[in-house]
Structures are given as structure tokens and as C-alpha cells.
Design a protein around this ligand. Sequence first.
Ligand code: ACO
Ligand code: PYR
Length: 531
Amino acid sequence: MIGPADEFHVFDTTLRDGAQREGIRYSVADKLAIARLLDDLGVDYVEGGWPGALPSDTEFFRRARAEIDFKNATLVAFGATRKVGRHVEDDPQVKALLDAETSALCLVAKSDVRHVERALRTTREENLAMIADTVSYGVAMGREVFLDCEHFFDGYRHDPGYAAAVVGTALEAGADVVVLCDTNGGMLPSDVRDTIAGLRERLGGQPRLGMHAQNDTSCAVANTITAVQAGVMHVQGTANGYGERPGNADLFAVLGNLALKLGLPVLPDGGLAKMTHVSHAIAEIANLAPDTHQAYVGHAAFAHKAGLHASAIKVDPELYNHVDPALVGNDMRVLVTEMAGRASIELKSAELGLDLTGRPDVSARVTERVKELEAAGWSFEAADASFELLVRDELGSPVPAPFTLESYRVIVEHREDGAVVSEATVKVGVRGERVIATAEGNGPVHALDSALRQALLPHHPGLAGVELADYKVRILAGSHGTAAVTRVLIGSSAGEREWTTVGVHENVVEASWHALVDALAFGLSREVGTT
Ligand SMILES: CC(=O)SCCNC(=O)CCNC(=O)[C@H](O)C(C)(C)COP(=O)(O)OP(=O)(O)OC[C@H]1O[C@@H](n2cnc3c(N)ncnc32)[C@H](O)[C@@H]1OP(=O)(O)O
Ligand SMILES: CC(=O)C(=O)O
């Protein structure tokens, strides 16, 4: 049923439907940057927004014309069919659409008779005339015209004859593709399959159909793939599934599935491998955290936690990956947690450059220590640096401690004027010298960090480049009669390099101290050697 691959369209609506997501507010510069990323990825169409409705979209089209030299994509302006009772030539919104000077237009039209009668407050015939007039006018103006049939699936269920008449009218008027929209996002794949089969039977021939799926049942990607299997030759989607309400079909999952499962060459050579980068770059521009667990492109899309998975992956990564992560520009990772077995430990160590081949004693001891520590509240999943220190320890080549601790002390002072100041004193041995240093900070950990650096810096100048970038605390409820403990994760950075360490103790300051000392020791071992 899948049509010819060279006729297939990938139509991105990140800048139109994607911008309808709560919390997203793109500037014109953001939109231009996203359009460039999508063009570079290799989609066929980029729907840029609604000129005439949003002043910033009008401005976007003006600047895109002047500033972007599209290599792969055609820019599309979105708008509605003419207003009820208006001549299409006199409709200011239609004029604004044409003034965007794109070679392609996407018109939204009503295809559910209930919307025609209640929302447009007009007749069935007038709606068909609005569609025919606007499509044929766009075609006469030399534009490629797509028609989005709003609420097509609900409309077809309610009155299949009318919904099919809308599609037929648009095709007769010259629409290049008529897009069936699940606007309320309530369909299941079986609804999509049966509706498209019924529509094709009514229309006969090879109607050029597309699919636009909202994600209200979490089926938008599945519905899009089903529509392709049912014969549509144009798919719409948005980067990371951004869109109105729960969103739209995630374009990256749609593309991954079409290319890697159905063998459709949906992107130019090399495009698929750009998906992970493009997904994350667009999330950054949208000012949203990338979804770690997003299919294909999420940081955890190929992250394996269970020991049994790792033991098979060690033999052959294909055994537990549905595709090679490199095909979509992603990486496989092995996570070390209490669910790890020896294979997880060996794979993770290899990832960190530590070869445990021929050292089953070390893998076994590390596995045992990880399980014990995780049971006590430690978490190595995000703390690769602490894991590496532990493995080096068991390998007999520990990272040298940059100092020996005599004692530390922290006080928190609440002053009469309401100011709260922390002060820390550390007494340490560094290269045979006893050093005492005191520092203030805006919190106890900051004060400790400052005092420790003050003591160490003259002997370890490399520490100057190490920064504390993140600090996370979690109280873990005690189990089996034990007291609650505090887990601290410290994220550190030096230039481009970042690492995380973990500390656990009943006392938050002591937990922080463990994470801090490991952070500095690890940083020194990487940045400036340990001498
Ligand atoms: C399913 C979708 O997501 S489609 C994309 C929807 N996107 C947006 O709505 C974002 C941009 N929208 C806007 O800026 C505004 O809604 C505008 C500029 C389009 C219209 O604003 P207003 O003129 O103030 O009208 P309002 O939004 O209240 O109502 C929409 C009007 O368009 C009419 N309309 C709705 N769909 C269509 C259509 N397919 N064809 C023609 N007219 C339509 C409505 O009947 C209503 O007409 P009325 O003014 O005679 O009552
Ligand atoms: C056109 C569109 O965004 C919809 O029907 O959902």
C-alpha cells in the first residue's frame, strides 16, 4: 500500500503547530534558526507560521526570504480558507498569506459538518465553496497548495459522505495533497486505518493524501505510521512532538520508523544521523529540557541498566538495541546501578577507558561494592566519576588523594540583622605540610569548598580551573529500621569536561564533603595530573 518513495513528503510544522504548545514563545530569530536546522536535516517542507494572523510570523517570512537559502526544504505559509460570504480576492487573510511570497501554502479547512454549522455558522455548500475558491485561487497564483482537513477523522465518523466531499472538492480544485487531521488527537491506529481505507474506497483512484496527528491518546506517531501503511504520501510532525495540548507526532520518531522500519528514504543521505543533534538544538532554542527518554534521540534511548541486558550486549550490542544508535546520531550507554552484573561493570569501565579484560576478580569485587553501596543509598547511574574512582581503587591504581584530612568544621551563623553566613575551617596535610584554612560562603558546602581550595591551591594550581557546576540533594527514607540518609550529587566542570560525583551520609554536610573531595580528586587526576 505504501506509495512511490520519490513522491513522499516530510512536512514539518514545528514553527506553526509546534509553537502552539503551552510555554513556547519563539522570537523571529529563534524561528530562523529552527528553519535552518530543519532544512539541514533534510525535510521537504517547513511550515513557518501564519502570516497576517501573527505579526511576528509575517516578519519571519520576510526575513526568511532574505536570509535563508534553503537547500532541501520548501517554506510553507499557513492560513485558513476564505471567510464565509467573502470573495477570495478580497479576503485580507488570504492576501496576507500570498504576500508571504512562499511557493507553497497550507490552508486549514473544516471537514466535520458539526464545525461547519456550529463554529463557522454556515452551510455545508458554502464551506465547500470556501475550500474550492481558496485552493483554486492559490493554484492560480502559482502556489503549491496543501489542504489541512481539520477534525477529519471525527467528521468522517459523524458524516463520512460530507468529510469525503471536502477531500474530493479540494483535490478537484487542484490541491497537491489533502491532509487528514486528527485535530482532537483522539484516534487509535485502527480508526486511522479503517477511515483511510473507507475514504479511498469512496474517492477511488490514487488520491494524494497526508496525515496530521495530534497526540492526545499518545498514538500520534503510531497513527502517522498507520496512515502511511494505509497509503498516505505526506506526513506532518513537529520536532520533539511539540504542539497544541499534549502535542503533535514527534517527527524524529516518525522519521526513524519510516526510514529504519519501513525502508522509506525519507531524508537525504546523512540526514537521519543528524536527528539527535537537531532534536536537542531545537529543545535548547525552545528553552525546554530535552526529553531524556524520547525514542531514537533521547539521551537514554539506548541506555541499558539491567545486568542481563549488558551481559548480552557485551557479546553483541544488536541483541538489545532495536537499531544501531549511530544511525540516528545517538550513542549507547551502560548504566551502573544495583541492577548491574559483571558485564555491566566491564562495559561501563571500558566506556571510561578502564580495561577489565582478564580481571574477573576486579569485576566481581566492583559489582559487589556497587550493589552494597547502592543498597545504602549511593547512586552511580549519574556519577561516572565516583564509579571510575571506585574501579581504579579495586584495580590497585587509585587516584591519589590530593590531601589527608585532619578535621573540618563548619558553622552557620544567623546574625541579628537576618543575614545567614557560613564559615568553614579545614585542617589538612598537603605534601607533608599541615595547612589550616578558613573561608566564608553563602552556604556550608560553598564555605567548605572555598576553604579546601584555599588550602590546596598553592600545591595544586590546576584546581583553579575546576568549578562546581551543580549540586543536588535528596533525602532517602531509611528502610528496614535504618535512619534516613542524604544523597548529594555534585556536578563539576573544567572547560568542556564535566563530571559528577556522589556522597551519602546521614549528615548532609558529610555527604557533601564526600562528593566534594571526590570531585576535586577526580578533577586533578584529569586536568593536571596528580603530582
Ligand atoms: C487546528 C489548528 O490548530 S489550526 C491553527 C490555529 N492557529 C491559530 O488559531 C493561531 C493564530 N490565530 C489567530 O491569530 C487568530 O485566531 C486569527 C487571526 C486567525 C483570527 O482571529 P479573529 O479574526 O479575531 O477571529 P477568532 O480567532 O475569534 O475566530 C476565528 C474566525 O475564523 C473563522 N474560521 C475558523 N476556521 C476557519 C476556516 N478554516 N476558514 C475560514 N474561516 C475560519 C471562525 O469562524 C471565526 O470567524 P468569525 O470571526 O466570523 O467568528
Ligand atoms: C491543522 C491542525 O493543526 C489540526 O487540525 O490539528
